[in-house]
Design a protein around this ligand. Structure first.
Ligand SMILES: [Zn+2]
Ligand SMILES: [Zn+2]
Length: 136
């Protein structure tokens, strides 16, 4: 990735924006039922970034924490106006944030390398070229 490149993720209304100065550490999809509910879609696609690469977080945000299967917390950080889930933090991923790839609105963004919980994905859904992991 180019030096000096920035990645900007924004909710639908533009009220909450995260600017990242470093490249994503990895991109993954998650098809678990919690992610289906959280996104309102068939699966979530997120890019993991080091917390240290956050250049700025602008705008109002609200957080909501839920438990994971492993009994650890996951925190959804979303826009209070439009409800867009822009990024997440997880107890199991210290020092990193997971940013919703759709919030970059960039069709050229890196593809997910792995998909979790593919045992829960809808039958019509094919993730070509993505390493599938049925359970985390
Ligand atoms: Zn918004
Ligand atoms: Zn999930």
């Amino acid at each position: 990735m180019d030096d000096g490149q920035e990645w900007v993720a924004s909710c639908a209304c533009g009220g909450l924006r995260v600017t990242l100065a470093g490249p994503p550490l990895g991109v993954y999809a998650c098809c678990c039922l919690e992610c289906q509910r959280a996104t309102g879609s068939a699966f979530a696609v997120r890019a993991k970034f080091a917390e240290a690469s956050i250049a700025s977080i602008e705008g109002e945000q609200r957080q909501w924490r839920r438990g994971s299967e492993a009994g650890r917390w996951l925190e959804h950080c979303f826009c209070p106006t439009c409800g867009g889930l822009v990024f997440m933090r997880a107890e199991g991923l210290p020092g990193a944030i997971s940013v919703s790839v759709g919030c970059f609105a960039d069709p050229g963004f890196a593809a997910p390398a792995r998909a979790y919980w593919t045992s829960r994905k809808p039958g019509w859904c094919a993730l070509s070229g993505v390493g599938e992991i049925a359970r985390q």
